[in-house]
Ligand binder design. Structure first.
Ligand SMILES: [Zn+2]
Length: 408
């Protein structure tokens, strides 16, 4: 039997920061592995090299006063002072506005835009966090960092940003003590059944720094554990194998799923569909399905939700998660989430806490994913064409470019 209570209990057991390549990631991995073994699986761990970071102090200083700041993950130790350039939108910033300056902005920053600031010769970067969020965690673009491109960058709270803006200070000093570190990430794989074709069911279990990642994505992690467990106890005889994967390194730039897709390139043709779960648990919120696939698939998902008398908003498009490396290779996916309340609103901060999550917040996605796995599993022929419409394929490529990811 499917139990959202058990899923919640599992989520409570991984209520800690789980950055990729850290001892806490391994602690979470051990908990996932032991739950899977208890359920009767023989889970496998696939290691991959990872560039990660060690946390350290950070602050900014203006008009003789220091304020807390959080260095971007993957920065190297820095201490720079410079003239401030307040930029409303980095997208439209010109070279002469930012050259040799420390850029201050409130807008969400895309990796592509950070790279632009670097190429324009910005000295540093300060990102003001959203209201009521404390200080958000951000990171430098992974691929660029791998190639040695690093920009001194910090996040500050909305309040500090406001003070800095109002002070009319001309100069600011930013200081960060994060270190880059080579480490190992771990993808966890558990397989149900032994048929040739497969349904891929995925969730990332790593978090950003400073966040216990309850809804992002402890919720998805716990849902996957419960899906695997209930399948083993139901023992349906399916026409497809179900491959569950808990990815690490998602938060640094989909590193774990990229590694998996590259390593198993020759097997990807056997994946009929991916179900990816990322952000689950809001007690009050809306259920979402983002279909990286055709209209037929979207209609199928809506029908499956209707059978459960579950309201859901479904759209065709891309989802910023581990569906991308598979989408690039032509594999359609269904991305399930529940958003709109706390703690998903506080994602990527220390406010994304299990304390806000109830069984009710877990149940819809758990049930729908279970329903879909059985439907696809029992189907003789898949009920949709395995294709990604050109306009969505274009979006996947565009996503890889703006996020500075590998586009292969
Ligand atoms: Zn996530």
């Amino acid at each position: 039997m499917l139990s959202s209570k058990r899923a919640l209990e599992f989520l409570q057991s991984i209520d800690f920061e789980r950055t990729a390549g850290s001892p806490e990631e391994q602690k979470a991995m051990d908990l996932i592995l032991s739950a899977l073994r208890q359920a009767g699986y023989d889970p496998q761990v696939e290691e991959f090299d990872l560039l990660t970071f060690e946390r350290g102090d950070g602050w900014i200083e203006f008009e003789g006063q220091r304020h807390p700041a959080r260095p971007f993950s993957l920065t190297k130790p820095f201490d720079v002072e410079g003239k401030i350039a307040f930029v409303e939108s980095v997208k439209f910033a010109r070279e002469k506005d930012v050259k040799d300056k420390i850029v201050l902005t409130y807008s969400p920053i895309l990796p592509k835009e950070l790279l632009k600031l670097m190429s324009y010769g910005a000295k540093g970067f300060i990102r003001i966090s959203g209201p009521m969020r404390g200080i958000s965690t951000n990171h430098l673009p992974y691929k660029a960092v791998e190639m040695g491109k690093v920009l001194p960058a910090v996040s500050i709270s909305y309040e500090t940003g406001y003070k800095l803006f109002r002070s009319m200070a001309k100069f600011v000093r930013i200081h960060g003590e994060y270190k880059q570190k080579k480490s190992t990430g771990h993808n966890i794989v558990a397989v149900y059944g032994n048929r040739r074709h497969e349904i891929l069911v995925t969730a990332h279990y790593d978090t950003v720094a400073f966040s216990p990642g309850a809804s992002d994505n402890g919720g998805g992690t716990a849902v996957l554990v419960e899906l695997a467990r209930s399948l083993k106890s139901l023992r349906p005889s399916l026409n497809r194998k179900v491959r569950f994967i808990w990815f690490s390194g998602e938060e640094l730039g989909l590193v774990g799923s990229y590694e998996y897709a590259m390593k198993h390139e020759d097997m990807l043709g056997l994946i009929d569909i991916q179900i990816n779960i990322d952000v689950v648990g809001d007690t009050f919120g809306q259920n979402r399905a983002v279909i990286l696939g055709n209209y037929e698939l979207k209609r199928f998902v809506l029908k499956a939700a209707k059978e459960l008398q579950m309201s859901i908003s479904a759209s065709q498009g891309i989802y910023s998660s581990d569906c991308i490396p598979f989408g690039l290779r032509g594999i359609p996916s269904i991305n399930l989430a529940r958003v709109g309340g706390l703690p998903s609103a506080l994602g990527h901060t220390d406010g994304d806490r299990v304390a806000w999550i109830t069984e009710k917040g877990i149940e819809p996605v758990l049930k729908l994913a279970h329903n879909l796995i059985l439907k696809f599993g029992f189907a003789k022929k898949m009920p949709f064409k395995r294709e990604i419409p050109p306009r969505i394929r274009k979006k996947v490529l565009e996503y890889c470019r703006t996020k500075s990811l590998r586009c292969v």
